[in-house]
Design a protein around this ligand. Structure first.
Ligand code: T4K
Length: 398
């Protein structure tokens, strides 16, 4: 690393690591009451009462007919893909978490990678048509960072080519697109309730849909295909959510407004703290539609910042700010896709360019505006824009 961007002094700015994706906790007492209920009932999993309550709450919040809660979003994606009978090739963005692509590959369906729109980081619909072949059966859009992708363009292309559409909405619970909540687009959408997500159930996910038949199929598939005692009518898997996870999910849902408020406050604090820094661009949420503000995404333009993205991440990490390079280097550069399509990068110019610039910074209820002021001053100092304001003592999170 370029020593000119290292910060002086042996002490780290943060005594404890400041994580991206620190879980939001919700009301501990409410959670413990639910856990006691689970023990009292001796009903731990297999479509228990808390799972049913969690599903009903999500249906209500999203305004969707069916919610099928699952053990995580990756399994929910796999089940939705299978229930929709996708096969052959499916178009997905290259710039997403690897689970979007793996959920296809795991079922021997080929993910075909589309480039991104650099303004939104979502899949660029303009590229999709060129990727359609006789083997293409569907498109999976991803609402990256909770910003809905261009569902109108995607669905019109899909209609013209008789393709199915579903969405990976892992980041987009509680977000709105036009007059509708995310969860109501395509044939179905999949949320993640992983510990690091806006709403969490420790591990968890859900497929939501307005299609009765699809919902029924996904319910069967998450439970081995059992249609009753001793009767299996589909190849299924074990995708069930446990009661303890649903307890956390319900507790987290109750804290939803408080979490959005903290995320929004933090986003504004980053806006102020990073304002005017050359070559450091905070991706704006800038929308009147509902957002969950779960990701603080910054692009570093090395030419203007005079510091590379990787150097800045190294400086932050050295100060215990565990910033992440999501979703570098892009799915197409990870195995097995890297070996399958060694030339894919040539078609994915924007993904290549943007993925090399992005840093995701810590936020959530575990992060305070004071923490953010310090993170921003570290960045400022690394850019040589001003002196870092080191605290007299380390800011601890003991
Ligand atoms: N589609 C998209 C677009 C996704 O982003 C994801 C998941 C999925 C699908 C699949 O959803 P799931 O099957 O997971 O439900 C993390 C999460 O594990 C993953 O869920 C998430 N996306 C992805 C963006 O982030 P890693 O590999 O970065 O996790 P890890 O262990 O490095 O943790 C991230 C940070 O969170 C660390 O700084 C530590 C902190 N952390 C983590 C956990 C689990 C905590 O502070 N406490 C915790 O309990 O993938």
């Amino acid at each position: 690393m370029n020593s000119s961007v290292s910060l002086p002094g042996g002490e780290k700015a943060f005594k404890e690591p400041l994580h991206v994706g620190r879980p939001n906790l919700g009301d501990r007492e409410a959670m413990l009451r639910r856990v006691n209920g689970i023990f009292d009932r001796r009903w731990f999993t297999n479509d228990g009462p808390l799972v049913q309550e969690f599903e009903a709450r999500i249906q209500e919040l999203v305004g969707v007919k069916h919610c099928v809660a699952m053990c995580n979003a990756t399994i929910a994606l796999e089940i939705a893909i299978r229930a929709l009978d996708l096969r052959g090739e499916v178009i997905v963005p290259a710039y997403t978490f690897i689970a979007t692509a793996h959920a296809l590959q795991w079922q021997e369906i080929t993910p075909v990678f589309a480039d991104m729109d650099p303004a939104t980081h979502n899949m660029a619909p303009g590229m999709i048509e060129r990727l359609i072949t006789p083997r293409t059966t569907g498109i999976i859009g991803v609402h990256l960072w909770g910003r809905p992708c261009d569902t109108e363009a995607i669905e019109s292309i899909a209609q013209n080519h008789r393709l199915k559409v579903m969405y990976d909405a892992a980041h987009a619970f509680g977000c709105q697109h036009g007059q509708r909540m995310v969860g109501n687009f395509g044939s179905c959408e999949v949320f993640s309730f992983h510990a690091t997500k806006f709403i969490n159930s420790f591990e968890g996910g859900a497929a939501v849909t307005n299609d009765d038949a699809l919902a029924a199929k996904m319910r069967l598939m998450r439970n081995f295909g059992f249609a009753g005692y001793d009767r299996v009518i589909y190849p299924g898997t074990n995708g069930k959510m446990t009661e303890i996870c649903a307890a956390m999910g319900l507790t987290s849902l109750e804290a939803m407004e408080e979490i959005v408020k903290a995320n929004r406050r933090n986003y504004e604090a980053y806006r102020v703290g990073l304002k005017g820094l050359p070559g450091v661009l905070l991706k704006e949420y800038g929308s009147s539609e509902r957002r969950n503000y779960q990701y603080i995404v910054v692009e570093v333009n090395e030419t203007k910042a005079k510091v590379s993205r990787d150097e800045l991440v190294a400086v932050l990490q050295a100060e215990n700010v565990l910033a992440r390079k999501y979703f570098w280097p892009g799915c197409h550069r990870m195995e097995p896709y890297r070996s399958h399509y060694p030339q894919a990068g040539l078609l994915l110019a924007e993904t290549e360019r943007v993925a090399a610039r992005v840093i995701v910074l810590p936020t959530g209820t575990a992060v305070s505006p004071d923490d953010i002021a310090l993170v921003c001053s570290i960045i400022r100092r690394a850019l040589g824009a001003s002196r870092v304001k080191r605290p007299r003592t380390c800011r601890g999170k003991a």
